[in-house]
Each structure stands twice: as C-alpha cells, then as structure tokens.
Design a protein around this ligand. Sequence first.
Ligand code: CA
Length: 248
Amino acid sequence: MTGLSFASHCRFTNGCVKVPRCWKGRQVRILVIEDEPRILGFLARGLEAEGFSVLGARDGQEGLRMAEALRFDLVILDLLLPRLDGLSVLRALDANQPDLPVVIVSARADLATKLNGFGLGARDYLTKPFSFDELLARVRVHLRRPVGREDGHVLRAGALALDLARRQAQLGDRLVDLSDREFKLLHHLLEYAGEVVSRERLLSEVWGYHFDPGSNVVDVCIRRLRKKLGPDSPIETVRHAGYRLTAA
Ligand code: CA
C-alpha cells in the first residue's frame, strides 16, 4: 500500500488520538478501529498510558487499509462501522493475517453475533460498555500468546522452526543441532517471539538461577546460538533490557 502516511492517520483520527509521527522503537502496536470518537480517544489514551503505540481508524475500510499496510501486534475492532462493517474487516484480516489477534468490542451482545465473530477468527469479544481494565487484561493475554505457531511438534516464528521432538532448529536451509541449554533458551525466546526477554528471566527460566545477576552464561549461550544459526539469526540484543527473537 502506498500513499499511507502518518499525516493521513492524523486526519482520519480527527485529532482525538495522539498519533506518533513514527512507531516508537519496538513498542507493541495496536490498531483501534472504532467510529465513536469518544471511545476511540478513551481507548487510545488508556493504551498509550500503558506504553502501547496506538493508531486509530474511524471506519472499516480505513482500518483494513491500515492493518494491511502497517504491521500491528493486535487489533481492537468495533462491529458497527461505516463504509465496511467489522465482521467484513475481520473476515479479510483472518484471510490475510491469521496470526494477528483481533479483540472485538461491540454493543451487540447477542450470542449469534459473538459466535459469528469467533467463527471468523476473533480471539476475544467484549460487550460495550466494558471496563478498560478488563480490556487491558485481555489485550495482555493475547499479546502474551506465542507469536510462534505450534504445528504438531514444531514451533515457528518467521523463518525459524524449532522441532521440539528432535530438539533441532531450522533457519532457511540451515539445520542446527542444539545442546540442552541452547534448546531451552531458543524455546523460551520462541514462545515469547517479538517480546523482549530479560537476562534475569532467562537465567531463572532456563538455568534455574535466581541470584546471580553478574553471571554471563546467558550472553555466552546466546552467542553460541547466534553462531549456529548463522548470519540470519533472528536473535536481537536489546540494550539494557535483554534479548528478543524477531517474529517476522
Ligand atoms: Ca460503532
């Protein structure tokens, strides 16, 4: 999609959403598709206060265009929308980005609509009015879901696949045998693909250490893993924070 600028986002969000000029670093990106300016503003402010990057769309067509042009981690979708209704947006998103979590927020409380939404791939459904805290809790749950898809005994994120039975990784044509520790470390990063995982958490989860902040075993193991995975290794260092496995 060309011609989609952040300036145009500002226009269709009608000034009620503080739109970042560019995505800030690696913040989690949420698209809110909602035609009611008051609700859109309320959601955007609340989510931004929690550290998310938020863009808003005021109709279904614009929302779908943005979702397809920009990479989002999650979509909050109203159903009764001008130009293209929410279920049609959902259908299109499910066809093109089946891994993108969509949380429906709608005044429609009937079971048939809810089941229809879930049938079209929605991860969650909240009936208006809802509490922001509940929405936030649900958003966090869906963001925590592994970006890596598990199909059979293989966990995947982007071009990386981890065979859980053989304890073997594959990146492109490269097949990599892993030590027990390397396997556990990569498994953990894959489960949280796209998120920053701190050294402390890796130490605790993979090594079972809780009191050794000075240890460099994590960094050493990461180095070994990167070497094995080669120049296209998806493991990134996030300064002063930890490591992240890119999910793309
Ligand atoms: Ca609406």
